[in-house]
Write a protein that binds this ligand. Structure first.
Ligand code: GUN
Length: 322
């Protein structure tokens, strides 16, 4: 990886275009978690993550397989329940309730998107909030918004915040512009960055499809986080020199010369934006690996908090930087 971390230099001599290596940062977090999991094993606790995948979505199947592998590698239990695309909402809810009641399961994740016949909000609300390691349940969304730290933050925005911290990016008082207002990334990302906390205390702007004059916002950004799901939406003329770029986009674009017939690209025109940025995440190997690392981290926390509750300890483990 290091061979392609060539850097250029800006007019003031600062290093430009440094790659934020999400794979390496995620690896460090997973190694640390494996040590923590080994400690829990000595107390007879094996954190368990259950993932439910409904249907045959190929991208979903790839993510789910890598989640299971990552769990096992960290010494945790990873189980995957694969259900047909024709599964009814009632059938899915039966599985969720069984996992809520299963003491070997500490974290539950239902892979999104779900087939049309299933209402995702109903499914999310059925998950025990204390097993909701995705951080999608309204209880956890509310806790995140009011800054209560005994809930779970969604994994992708938590991973972005961790990338910023681990890359030495100071967010305090900075102008951070987000593109995208989804419940999975944009909105929880804003909530995390607004807290009075390390890796936060920023001035946050959320842009979306109805934002007028997007470049006028993005050009002000000290840190620009793109999560719109639109390939190469962010071009070089939209950023200010020295910006830190976090690209959350994972878009498949067809490429007949690629072995699979497609390539993954982000929301940022990487080649042209990189020379202007002080630091930038690549796609793949930027934000993606962090999502899984944070999922494991949430699951280990779910197990630790359960152990603390059953031991009657009131000081439950709160969210901490990795
Ligand atoms: N689909 C894409 N990202 C996610 C995620 O973070 N959690 C779940 N459950 N589904 C997803």
């Amino acid at each position: 990886m290091h061979a392609d971390i060539a850097t250029s230099h800006g007019s003031e001599g600062e290093e430009l275009g440094r790659i934020i290596d999400g794979s390496a940062i995620a690896r460090r977090i997973r190694d640390k978690l494996a040590v923590e999991v080994a400690g829990l094993a000595r107390e007879g606790i094996v954190p368990g993550l259950a993932v439910i995948l409904v249907g045959e979505d190929p991208a979903g199947a790839v993510y789910v397989a890598s989640k299971e592998r990552a769990c096992i590698e960290a010494g945790m239990n990873g189980i995957t329940i694969r259900l047909p695309a024709t599964t009814t909402q009632a059938e899915l809810l039966t599985h969720v309730r069984a996992l809520n009641d299963d003491s070997a399961v500490h974290g539950i994740l239902v892979q999104m998107p779900l087939p049309k016949q299933i209402d995702p909000d109903t499914v999310i609300r059925a998950i025990d909030p204390m097993k909701d390691v995705d951080g999608f349940h309204p209880i956890n969304v509310g806790k995140l918004l009011i800054g209560e730290e005994d809930g779970f933050a969604p994994c992708t925005p938590a991973g972005v915040q961790e990338l910023l911290i681990q890359s030495g990016v100071n967010t305090l008082g900075k102008d951070i512009v987000l593109i995208g207002r989804s419940n999975i990334v944009g909105k929880p990302m804003a909530a995390l960055l607004l807290q009075d906390h390390l890796g936060a205390n920023a001035t946050v702007t959320i842009c979306h499809r109805y934002t007028r004059d997007l470049p006028s916002h993005t050009r002000r950004a000290d840190i620009l986080i793109a999560a719109a799901g639109r390939p190469k939406l962010v071009t070089a003329d939209m950023v200010k020199p020295g910006v830190v770029i976090i690209d959350v986009g994972i878009n498949r674009v067809s490429d007949p010369s690629a072995p699979k017939g497609y390539r993954l690209v982000g929301d940022v025109d990487f080649d042209n934006v990189r020379p202007l940025a002080s630091q930038i995440t690549p796609v793949p190997k930027g934000v993606g690996p962090m999502t899984i690392a944070m999922l494991l981290k949430n699951t280990v926390r779910a197990a630790t908090m359960r152990a603390a509750r059953s031991a009657g300890r009131s000081a439950a483990a709160t969210r901490q930087p990795a």
